[in-house]
Ligand binder design. Sequence first.
Ligand SMILES: NC(=O)c1ccc[n+]([C@@H]2O[C@H](COP(=O)([O-])OP(=O)(O)OC[C@H]3O[C@@H](n4cnc5c(N)ncnc54)[C@H](O)[C@@H]3O)[C@@H](O)[C@H]2O)c1
Length: 296
Amino acid sequence: MDVKKLIILGSGTMGHGIAQAAIFGGFDVCLYDIAQNFLDKAKDKIKGSIEKHFVAKGKITKEEGDAIFARLKTYTNLEEAAKDADFVIEAVPEDLALKKKIFAELDKICPVHTILATNTSVLPVTAIAGATGRQDKVVGTHFFNPAAVMKLVEVVLPIGVAEETVETAFAVAKKMGKVPVKVKDTPGFIVNRLLGPLYMEAAQMVLEGTATAEDIDTAMRLGAGHPMGPCELADFGGFDVIQMAQDAVFDYTHSEASKLNILYRKMLEAGRLGRKNGKGFYDYLPDGTKKPFKLF
Ligand SMILES: NC(=O)c1ccc[n+]([C@@H]2O[C@H](COP(=O)([O-])OP(=O)(O)OC[C@H]3O[C@@H](n4cnc5c(N)ncnc54)[C@H](O)[C@@H]3O)[C@@H](O)[C@H]2O)c1
């Protein structure tokens, strides 16, 4: 299917980044959110990013930047935004009841050919598809944060999805400059299922005093060629998100390696969420530097 009209639901962290990648890919994008102030913030971030990272660096001219930005339209009325959509990408909060409700609404509003994609990180795409009468046209498109920059999209296949839906999701991702991979609808998909045991073992080593978080990170950067060590990456992802992902993966695999390490629970109990509140394996200081957090 030739996708001409792309709708993105939710203009937060992921929605605005996906929208930016989409307008750069040449799509006309309708960005929908529940209130105009969220959309205004998203527009400011996208405009700012185009100016700072592309125009100011001489990668594109100001006129080209303006033309790219002009492909973005914003809506607070779902029916108006989605009534003639070809492809919808949902990036609203990670709440199964909310996603099911929105997909049921989209199923009524959108034309029969419209493909509905969810950016869920850990929820079952099959359950979201089950809220619609078009299970063959629902798919997961799991982008990574920051979505305007990160190249990977996990295309997640729920039970009953049609091959054409998957092919179209691949084409949409590629047009956005992304690299899609295929994975069946299972908790953690590929990346989070594999990262989980790494996060868990790193936390266990810190708890045991085997090595400091800083030395674990240095070791994995320099010894394994990882761009970020597991502790700094866990801080970046956020312990609340890791908890949600690990609980879902463990529930499915029952693998000891995926079981949430108690250190993450203790960090959360202590109000340490990771980088998002400046408190994780490291304390992130206002001057942009970080220093290791002393556990005991
Ligand atoms: N943040 C990440 O690192 C990340 C990475 C991959 C996937 N995800 C997934 O992407 C989705 C969005 O996450 P996020 O971090 O962008 O969340 P966010 O909280 O930053 O943004 C969510 C947006 O959805 C809007 N919203 C709330 N209810 C809505 C509704 N009924 N209709 C439309 N919009 C609504 C909010 O106003 C907000 O702008 C979640 O499913 C999350 O699990 C997040």
